[in-house]
Design a protein around this ligand. Structure first.
Ligand SMILES: [Zn+2]
Length: 309
């Protein structure tokens, strides 16, 4: 059971069928994301529509170290911030609408570490960061397959939440804080092995360590940033679906619960909201409008290139 992901090369060729599949597959979760942040129903639809158009326009700069879903959510988040900024600018002093329970723009801007633009980096530091994201994702997968969910929770607590060893051990039923230090030590050791496999010359890892005299501290910081920005621990959507259906066994359930409740991951929350909705064609009119605007844009591009313009 794996989730459909689009063929990026087809998207880059502006293949309209593939883009329409994308819109159909991702519309619901983007809508769920925006719904938690923007009160105005019409504005929500505009934001989602703009996000898809932005995704089409920017697809050449998509960095495959991130998932396509992260790319879409990153653009959607920026459109939502733009909207809230405009609304704040014109609406100052006016009575607030029903959005009082929604987070304001400032909350949205700081609520997560997702890079505002998920674009391909060029310098050595960017490449090192990308390497780390890939390594961490691999480590998460490996640990998940080994059924080591407590280890996964501990590392998530340290890297995603920035908790300290002494704040973590009791909550996970560990002996003491040296047990946490041991888990972290072994995890970093394994991550380094995985990194060397991808970077056999050691050039990128070396560049990262050189940036400061204290290589260990530096690596810790880089790992924590890559963990958060890469969203390396987000469970695939079908795990969320199984959680929703109550069919998840204890191990993965404990990690998914920790991830959702402790890190308050907005991307997973949007997927969960979307899964919980009985979608009975309620998004069809929006999808149809997006189809029209996407096709129009794709045609204008095809026309432009045919003219050599
Ligand atoms: Zn997540």
């Amino acid at each position: 059971m794996s989730e459909w992901t689009p063929d990026i090369s087809r998207l880059r060729e502006f293949d309209d069928e593939e883009w329409l599949r994308v819109e159909r597959a991702f519309c619901g979760r983007l809508m769920a994301y925006v719904s938690r942040r923007v009160a105005d129903a019409q504005a929500r639809e505009d934001i989602v529509q703009e996000a898809f158009l932005g995704a089409v326009r920017g697809i050449d700069s998509f960095d495959p170290v991130y998932t396509f879903e992260q790319y879409l959510f990153g653009i959607c988040r920026n459109r939502a911030i733009d909207h809230l900024r405009r609304r704040n600018a014109v609406g100052a002093g006016q009575p607030v609408d029903s959005s009082e329970s929604l987070p304001g723009m400032d909350d949205l801007a700081v609520e997560e570490d997702t890079p505002s633009q998920v674009v391909h980096g060029t310098d050595l530091a960017d490449q090192g960061h990308e390497l780390l994201v890939g390594v961490l994702r691999e480590w998460v997968q490996e640990t998940w397959q080994q059924g080591e969910f407590k280890r996964l929770c501990v590392i998530e607590a340290l890297f995603a939440l920035g908790r300290r060893n002494r704040d973590v051990w009791e909550g996970f039923g560990l002996r003491d804080e040296t047990a946490v230090a041991g888990i972290k030590f072994r995890a970093l050791k394994r991550m380094r092995e995985l990194a060397l496999r991808r970077d056999s010359t050691g050039q990128l890892l070396g560049a990262m360590a050189d940036a400061t005299g204290d290589a260990q501290t530096r690596l810790d910081l880089d790992v924590a940033r890559a963990w958060r920005e890469g969203r390396v621990s987000c469970p695939a959507r079908y795990w969320l679906a199984r959680r929703d259906a109550g069919t998840l066994e204890e191990g993965p359930r404990s990690f998914v619960a920790f991830h959702l409740e402790e890190t308050a991951c907005s991307l997973c929350q949007a997927n969960l909201d979307d899964l919980g909705q009985a979608r009975e064609g309620d998004l069809d009119p929006l999808i149809e409008r997006m189809r029209a605007s996407t096709v129009q844009y794709l045609r204008s591009r095809a026309h432009g290139s045919a003219d050599g313009a």
